[in-house]
Design a protein around this ligand. Sequence first.
Ligand SMILES: [Fe+2]
Length: 386
Amino acid sequence: MPDRITLFRTTKRVVFGIGAIEKIGAEIQQLKGKKVLVVTDPGIIQAGLLEPLTDSIKAAGLPFALFDKVEPDPRIEVVEQCAEKARAEQIDCMVGYGGGSSLDIAKVASVRLTNPGAIDALFGIDLIPQPGVPLILVPTTAGTGSEVTPIAILSDTREKLKKGIVSPYLFPETALLDPRLTVGLPPTVTALTGLDALIHAIEAYTSVNAFDLTDHLALRAIELIADNLRTAYARGEDLEARSQMLEGSLLAGIAFANAGVTAVHAFAYPIGGEFHVAHGLANSIMLPAVMRFNLLGHLAKFADIAQALGVETEGLSDKEAALEGLEAVEDLMGDLQIPRRLRDLNIPREAIPALAEGVMKVTRLLANNPRRLALEDARRIYEEAW
Ligand SMILES: [Fe+2]
């Protein structure tokens, strides 16, 4: 039992399975939606993924409108455009469809419709006064877990910062997950989104705010991702591997929505903000160095992670097992052929002092970290990743 009062929240309805997309019309009806706005990005349309969604909506006899202007690392302005479209079309229900960016835009646009005034007032923790219009989220990556988190991240281009909104009103009513939608993801996207999900699980498991409910989900997520990410990367059409990856991403999302993420995400923020490195890539590059630093903070839990990653830990001390777990992560990243160092992204070594200053400001996440961390540690960790 934890030594404190814990709170566990998640999305009310989670619909999961091969062919689940055919149920979207029925799910909208369940929410009493009369007209829907589908929020997505142009890549989804090019990939031919829009039809399975719109076919089901049409089959349910529901009118819908389309907002397809979501971009990677979306700007706050995109939320405003999306909300404007929703008002003009007089919709009463929203479906976010795509990667984390599309889901985040749909989340914030849905609350924007019911919370007029300055959008700046919504940024921060628990600052949204009213719930939004009913929302369904359908991820097409395995991935961000955004369909089960109360968080959205947007880019503020004026302040050159990524800003977060955390509110229970950002949970959708329904998450709908269909592994078939992820089959066409290219290998690199599969690798980076899959590693992001693995990092969610590792960080949720080792967060100081972890508890039994989140631990079970996080460990299972690590097993599923460790067992299936290589196959999904190498043979994208393998529906079994895709299905297990999507489940792993879902479980990791539920875990970190309740336990929080820790220093890997904190170290990734300044890299993403300053050098526009994709979220999954910035996280992956920082993972080994941060994990090596964090091991001492909770050796027993990092030993559990090693076991979930498939390491034979019998007869090993916690420290030996934890170190082997780190090796297993590096082996996985090697197989996925992603860039491994900050220098590979043309980030100059001279940028490190400023990046280290930046990470110390991400106090919301550093507070969850299993090991306390000073500015000097932050500098050394960036040096190791450089
Ligand atoms: Fe993440």
